[in-house]
Design a protein around this ligand. Sequence first.
Ligand SMILES: Nc1ncnc2c1ncn2[C@@H]1O[C@H](COP(=O)(O)OP(=O)(O)OP(=O)(O)O)[C@@H](O)[C@H]1O
Ligand SMILES: Cc1ncsc1CCO
Length: 526
Amino acid sequence: MAKPTVDYSLYLVTDSGLNHPSRTLLQSVEDSILGGVTLVQLREKDLDTPAFIDLARKVHAITKKHNVPLLINDNLDVAIAIDAEGAHVGQDDISCVEARRLLGPNKILGISTGTPEEAQKAMADGADYIGIGTCFMTQTKSPKRTLGPIGVRTILEAIPAESELKTVVIGGIKHDNTRRVVTHSAGAHGRIVDGIAVVTGIVGAQDAKVASEQLLSEFKIGHELATIKHQNNVRGAVQDGRASVEDVIKFFPQMLTTLREKSPLTHHISNYVVMNDTANATLALGGSPIMAPSAVEAEDLSKVVSSVVLNIGTLTDSFVDCMYEAGKHANAQSKPVVFDPVGAGATKLREETTRKILNAMHVDIIKGNAGEISTIAKIVGGGDKAETIAMRGVDSLGSGFSNPAAVVQALARREGAVVAMTGITDYVSDGFRTVAIENGHAYQGRITGSGCMIASSIASFAAISPDDHFAAAVAGILALNLAGEHASTRADVHGPGTFRAAFIDEIANLTPQQMFNEARIKTVTV
Ligand SMILES: Nc1ncnc2c1ncn2[C@@H]1O[C@H](COP(=O)(O)OP(=O)(O)OP(=O)(O)O)[C@@H](O)[C@H]1O
Ligand SMILES: Cc1ncsc1CCO
């Protein structure tokens, strides 16, 4: 028989130990197929071969009835005995070459991979597909390190665009992270995972049919979004409906007026150093802050706030737990998330936390100084050849990137986010529109938290500009830079201390018209 064509979209991997107590494994398998599962793998680590064969025959009867291929985990004898459609092997099991020899050319063969090298070897050794994982921590495996969508992307990018090798992602995939995993792991050359492999999310569910329906629907949405993102990147042009930079600037006075009328509430998980200043800057601008670092209230808050700021300045485990919760709920409710990776390059903990946050949620706007942005470029990779900018503590050292506009534009495209990089000149890009903002005053660099206040200002503008976060980021920076300029010329400002107070005053005094008249913003063509 010829090798069956396989739809990898929703791949059920069974585990008797995790099956919901109210259902038998056979019931879960059938329910999941009725809910849309397209491929089944029978994984039984503790059964001897005769018992495994017995169970496999029963499962096979169900999968055959519904025309869904069945693969057997690890035990090739079982796969051959029941004439399953194929097998899946791990890195420590029988080799891929040997498995192919035993199965013959017309059976489906998959192998688990966790590195680009393993993926390339699987391709050379004749695998049909690879399982890429572990993506997130799971009940079934406790790996030393999880890949996250960023790690999955690195593996996808190691597979040549023309290769027919199929890919599924595995490890902790649930309906509420599927969309993000699929979109965020999509490779620069356009490769998107062909499917999601799920264990607990299906067999552990009381209703495996409903769980499968939800997962399949999320996978399809994620796949479509990833395809659109790739097409936009390839097109490389301003997308239809995206306002030009000139039009964006013309609209700034109206944006400030709207912000003051609506006074959007922003959930801040910020640092101890700047918490008071960022709250006051938000109020002075016209927004409304709530500083709430407990994970316990993050879900409740997500229902009432209009945007979220995540700032890792004074990092503790409990702050980070709250960031995951707040980010997850904000994503689910389409509320913009602004990420301020304070000091990201300064220590391993900050770099790892930055990686985890980028993996755990979709960040709409990334705001950082050159050192922080260079660390993120290093984490997410992708060949934009960003130089490494050193940091000392939370401050960026040196004169910055040789081509800062190219760095922010490349990072924005790669992350599908708006990237704002502060410094003497600030750069903002959504991957298509890239600007340099010349406003601002050196005094801002002499007080702590002026970058953090900018993240708050961006979040207030993002709340009233849900369809254009690029406009929000530029407006957010401009507003505070104008306030910095105005404060610096005041007769009562004699140094950083008096500047700090005057700065808050001038944020409040800013007029909508100044947002247009005094803007020194230019488009940069990369
Ligand atoms: N010399 C300068 N001239 C003009 N503007 C400046 C200057 N230094 C800083 N700024 C402005 O200060 C703001 C904060 O930028 P900066 O890069 O200093 O942030 P940061 O290092 O993240 O700050 P922090 O960590 O203290 O919050 C930006 O809007 C930037 O334009
Ligand atoms: C100085 C400092 N240290 C941790 S956070 C912070 C404020 C600047 O972000």
